[in-house]
Design a protein around this ligand. Structure first.
Ligand code: 5AD
Ligand code: SF4
Length: 484
């Protein structure tokens, strides 16, 4: 039997050239990797397992679903605990320095685990791998890593796995940029009833603090037909809520052969039967059009939630950040949105301690928070990213000052968010039931259109269903309720 397999391999492979085109080429490598993994499983006497650990944003979460789709296709079985898996993949983030430190720390522990598991492989991918100094450090001090790849070529994962199985070396494949978008590869969705859908990749905005344009490359939009085809397939597969993903969705479509706007794309997505809810992430205030506000106002499916990162309330700092709007323009935009969609929930991102930020600048940020009254806000301490313009700016703010501002901002944001959350008390809301409550298995957890969570008595069979829930009691940032 073994002899026959050997014979087949020697005689088939030279004739069996990988296809030149994608995605066919990747299906060829998936088949190849599957055979290697079958052999390795036979040697181990058990199925080999994988675990993908995701750092960072929704984009990375979606990329991880693509990696998992490929891993399952090549025959790995998912292992919920990272320490027990034969193949551990870190999909990394580098937007702030502390994310990088966490990866190095955990990687050290993985190195120890690898010594006692002869089948173990480690792969690193994502934004952090697009930084040359990171890859240098990994090559020098972490030689137990098997595969390193970046953000532009995750579709090649099967090809890289096959390459690693045929070599005893670390496989490194990092691209500086790409204009290629490969469609129709396997995806393993985390939830059966909701899914992210990439509509564009990369970012052209170059906010002066941000590393994303350097690690995710130039902005490119997916063909609208491919997007709609994917949404239709998801709907046919039972998905009711989709989240359209891009670093700056408001500039969708500008680079297409036949340009179209994000608002036009939303209208097309809205037509897909079976999709009940549409979300999107992230909006840049400078590109948010009147057309989009109008579409949101009349849509039955677009959720009553808009994430609109402000970053700072000081026009002086906004200019240094290269955000291309002023405090006044931002506030006017918020007013316009609220006029068209009165029940909208607004959330934001805020950075404190950008170089040169004074107490007056910080007070402007607090002023925006008080005026807009966000439903919630992600607050970040400015992190210096090598290679960005802000990293070279003078007057970096001392850590003690930043920490003090951060604490004051957080307090303000939380107080307001608590008050804003409470206004829905007593109302009946449609919620999409997502899961059994983490702490109390007699409760189910659902999400409202405005993104708030509510916990209510119910059975697991409700998962993925849209139900009506009365909001009985606000508990700060979530509700307790009951189905009506
Ligand atoms: N330091 C701190 N926060 C940052 N962000 C992006 N770059 C940095 C940085 N260098 C924040 C922004 C962005 C969010 C995703 O991360 O607020 O909107
Ligand atoms: Fe970074 Fe600005 Fe692009 Fe957002 S819009 S990813 S903050 S450069």
């Amino acid at each position: 039997m073994i002899e026959k397999e050997k014979w087949e391999r020697t005689f088939r492979e030279p004739l069996d050239e990988p296809p030149a085109h994608e995605p066919e080429r990747q299906y060829y490598f998936m088949e190849k990797a599957r055979k290697y993994i079958q052999e390795a499983s036979a040697r181990a006497g058990r199925p080999l397992t994988f675990h993908v650990t995701t750092f960072g944003c929704q984009m990375n979460a979606r990329d991880s679903e693509k990696l998992e789709g490929i891993l399952k296709k090549v025959g790995y079985v998912e292992e919920p605990e990272e320490e027990k898996a034969d193949f551990v993949i870190y999909n990394t983030c580098t937007v702030r320095e502390n994310a990088n430190q966490r990866v190095y720390g955990r990687l050290g522990q993985l190195g120890h685990a690898k010594k006692s598991n002869p089948h173990m492989m480690i792969a690193l991918c994502g934004c952090m791998m697009q930084e040359p100094q990171v890859v240098e450090k990994l090559k020098k001090s972490y030689h137990f890593v098997d595969i390193i790849f970046g953000t532009h070529n995750i579709y090649k994962f099967a090809e890289l796995i096959a390459a690693r199985m045929e070599s005893d070396r670390m496989i490194i494949d990092i691209w500086k940029d790409t204009d290629k978008i490969v469609e129709d590869l396997p995806v393993a969705r985390k939830y059966p009833f909701k899914s992210g859908v990439n509509i564009m990749f990369g970012c052209n905005n170059f906010c002066s603090y941000c590393i994303v344009p350097y690690v995710r490359g130039r902005e490119r939009s997916r063909d609208p037909k491919a997007i709609i085809r994917e949404v239709e397939r998801l709907a046919a597969d039972g998905v009711v809520e989709i989240m359209l993903l891009g670093q700056n969705v408001n500039s969708y479509g500008k680079t297409l052969e036949h340009p179209m706007t994000f608002a036009q794309l939303l209208e097309e997505v809205e037509k897909v039967d079976g999709i009940e809810r549409i979300r999107f992430m992230t909006s840049h205030p400078k590109d948010l059009s009147d057309e989009l506000i109008e579409v949101m106002g009349r849509s039955k499916k677009i959720c009553r939630h808009l994430h609109l990162p402000v970053q700072s309330g000081s026009s002086r700092i906004l200019e240094k950040m290269n955000r291309r709007y002023t405090k006044e323009q931002y506030l006017a935009l918020v007013e316009k949105i609220r006029a068209a969609v009165p029940d909208i929930s607004l959330t934001t991102d805020i950075i404190v301690g950008f170089p040169g930020e004074t107490e007056e600048d910080f007070q402007e940020t607090l002023d925006v928070v008080r005026r807009v009254r966000y439903d919630s806000a992600f607050t970040f301490i400015y992190s210096k990213r090598t290679g960005t313009p802000a990293a070279a700016m003078e007057d970096q703010v001392p850590q003690v000052v930043v920490k003090d501002r951060f604490d004051r901002l957080l307090k303000e944001v939380q107080e307001i968010a608590g008050e804003v959350c409470a206004v829905h008390q007593g109302t009946v809301q449609e919620v999409l039931v997502e899961s059994v409550n983490d702490h109390d298995p007699s409760l189910m957890t659902g999400r409202m259109s405005n993104n708030l969570l509510v916990h209510f008595p119910g059975g697991e069979d409700l998962t993925g269903k849209l139900v009506q829930v009365r909001l009985d009691e606000c508990r700060g940032f979530y509700y307790l309720g009951h189905m009506v």
